[in-house]
Design a binder for this molecule. Structure first.
Ligand SMILES: [Zn+2]
Length: 359
């Protein structure tokens, strides 16, 4: 990075340049349920209605060792807010989200970056759905602008699943001029709901302008699967791309009518180390990850001597099973049929590849 580079004075870029790894925070939604959020409520409204509860959650993650705080703005596009009759409050809610996190970060006494969380619109884009590229880009640009206004260091697009929405979100975020991170949720047999594999994403990332400051995976179906996806992404993306692992706290389970995650702090510590060795430089937790889990991850990473990338057998033995699809990709089988079903003819399904995108 040269002094002329526009991101030279950016907190996120500086942290990334000065440290071998960074710890991102844990869950937003599942921790807010603990303090009164009700399923179906928009967490973003709490940026105005209960800012002290949002600040307290951010503070608990900083105290647990987080280097990056994600703002409480995941559902902050006008399309998601419309479900709560709040589509006219995009600027207000996102700027408030950014200011709350900024305040906590700046009071921490060390460098903590604030990442403006941007989740999917919830609409299906053309050609399958009705949302046009321009509409989506405008919605993301509107959110990004409000987050920048509130003082975020980086725009953090997460839980994406389609190529169209990734491109629209990055184009919208790019209007602000901050670094951009994007993570996909590979929650469907090693692919996103819309069929993208980590290898597909690596190919798409190379075509984005601007390129991403970091890319990776969040949420998903468990710690083992996230580590396998990071391995598969690292194989395809190459060593120059900064990778993010923000996996759920184990596997979701219904207990007494509520969703719980079965990951212990110990498991999340092991996950953090394996994700690092598999190639991730930014590691955090998604759904179910409490400050207690995050602290265990911080301690595990601080005490860890980086080692060789873990073998698949070691990941499965330590963190649990991975999907048939992720396993097939690990073995170099990158076609859509790879691991599609037990007994599928993988040879017949071999795809021809061009520019990182499947033909
Ligand atoms: Zn999640």
């Amino acid at each position: 990075m040269t002094a002329m580079h526009p991101s030279a004075s950016n907190r996120f870029s500086q942290l990334l340049a000065s440290r071998p790894w960074l710890l991102a925070d844990g869950a937003t939604g599942s921790n807010l349920f603990e303090v009164g959020l009700v399923s179906g409520d928009a967490p973003e409204l709490w940026n105005i209605d209960h800012p002290e509860r949002i600040a307290a959650l951010h503070r608990s993650f900083v105290e647990a060792g987080a280097d990056i705080l994600l703002t409480n703005s995941f559902g902050g596009t006008r399309y998601r807010l419309k479900l709560h009759q709040a589509e006219h409050r995009v600027a207000e809610l996102n700027t408030a989200a950014a200011r709350i996190a900024r305040g906590v970060a700046d009071a921490s006494g060390r460098t903590v970056a604030v990442a403006g969380s941007m989740g999917p619109t919830g609409e299906i884009m053309e050609p399958i759905g009705a949302l046009t590229f321009d509409q989506a880009q405008q919605a993301f640009a509107e959110q990004a602008s409000a987050l920048a206004q509130g003082g975020v260091d980086v725009l953090w697009i997460e839980t994406m699943s389609s190529r169209e929405e990734v491109e629209a979100a990055v184009a919208g975020a790019a209007t602000v001029g901050l670094p951009i991170v994007c993570t996909l949720s590979f929650d469907t047999n090693g692919r996103t709901m819309m069929g993208l594999s980590p290898s597909d994403f690596a190919g798409i990332e190379k075509t984005l302008a601007p390129r991403l400051a970091a890319c990776g995976t969040n949420c998903g179906v468990g710690a083992a699967e996230v580590v396998a996806c990071i391995h598969n992404l690292a194989q395809a993306a190459g060593p120059d791309v900064v990778l993010v692992a923000k996996g759920n706290c184990g596997i979701p389970q219904y207990v007494d009518g509520a969703i719980c995650y079965n990951g212990t702090p110990e498991l999340m510590g092991v996950y953090a180390r394996m994700a690092l060795d598999a190639g991730a430089r930014i590691i955090g937790g998604c759904c179910g990850t409490s400050p207690r889990h995050l602290r265990a991850m911080r301690e595990a990473l601080d005490a860890h001597t980086p080692g060789p990338a873990p073998e698949l057998d070691a990941i499965v033995a330590t963190l649990g099973e991975v999907s048939v699809g992720a396993r097939a990709q690990w073995g170099g089988e990158l076609s859509r049929l790879g691991g599609a079903a037990a007994g599928a003819n993988l040879k017949r399904g071999s795809g021809r590849r061009s520019g990182g995108v499947l033909l």
